[in-house]
Design a protein around this ligand. Sequence first.
Ligand code: HEC
Ligand code: HEC
Length: 309
Amino acid sequence: MKKFILLFVAVALIIIICIQFFRPNLKNPPVTQDFQAPEDVKAILVRSCYDCHSNQTNLRWFDQVQPVFWQVAAHVRDGRKVLNFSNWDKLAPADQKAKLWEAVNQIEQSAMPIKSYEMVHTSAKVSAQDLAVLKQYLNGMVHSMPNDTAKINARDQQLKAMPEALKTKVTESLNGITYIPDYKNWQVISTSDRFDNGTTRVIYGNDIAVKAVKEHHINPWPNGTIFAKAAWDKLEDKDGNVTTGAFKQVEYMIKDAQKYKATKGWGFARFKTPKLVPYGKTAMFTTECINCHKPMKNNDFVFTFPIKN
Ligand code: HEC
Ligand code: HEC
């Protein structure tokens, strides 16, 4: 028996040594334009995110021991694909803001940095104070007052055009999902502000969703669950009172584990402006949706945590 264990350990050691020679090809490509921000903001992102979301990856020795290195290299490759602070010039200004907003959101939902990474790189953890610094920075990027005149005009024009808009026949989304007008009567599950582009959003759930919340049955959400998320411009007067401006869009997530297997059990659709123009150029637009929802995979791909009762 003892001999057998010794042999086993020896073989395992040899395998571990051998796999050290099969190394993923991980390089730092050139930086075209590094993300610029005040020092404190930048420092947080560099410390917590740059290993996977920049071309300035700084791996420690323990990251480079196999088989861990394979996993690390895959994270870096996938991370750079979706967000790369070293090619910041590749994004239009509005997309840069949107990415930052998304980044702060991922941190807030504890989806980023990736947990397995954070466990061994404890300094990458984003503290509550760091998060506040990032949020304040983003908040400062939204112009409030001057923009509001334009927003008020947009709302008024939209109201004027509404009777016409309501007459247009709504076409279905490219993946076959139709607009569901009834969401306005559903229960509000949550609201959120998007500080990068100044919109305010309301998230509604249908009866099945509401029942699932009551029964604490939300991971996974049951088939038939539907969420609707509607967005308006956010209007704020000088006393800080907030009202909704022009209607922007409504989005749906419909749970059917079988039918929407390709997108993790959720059917996605988005209808824009009061004319409810379906979003996307091909039916593949759903990849964009699920990719951004993916960090929430431990929460059935849903961001919203309903208010517990
Ligand atoms: C260990 C590597 C790693 C670290 C560190 C890391 N990420 Fe990520 N991140 C990824 C990977 C991999 C993805 C791809 C999403 C997926 O499918 O899981 C991703 C996805 C994202 C996305 C979604 C992008 C999109 O458009 O789909 C955002 C935003 C993001 N990360 C922000 C951050 C922020 C902010 C930090 C630092 C606080 C951070 N990440 C730290 C690996 C990492
Ligand atoms: C840039 C990242 C991103 C993309 C792309 C994205 N979402 Fe979301 N989605 C979010 C975030 C973050 C929330 C959480 C609510 C909030 O803060 O607005 C959310 C929430 C939702 C909700 C409410 C349920 C929930 O998960 O909280 C629906 C419905 C939804 N999204 C539909 C869609 C559809 C349809 C698409 C594609 C057309 C899409 N989303 C693309 C980030 C994204």
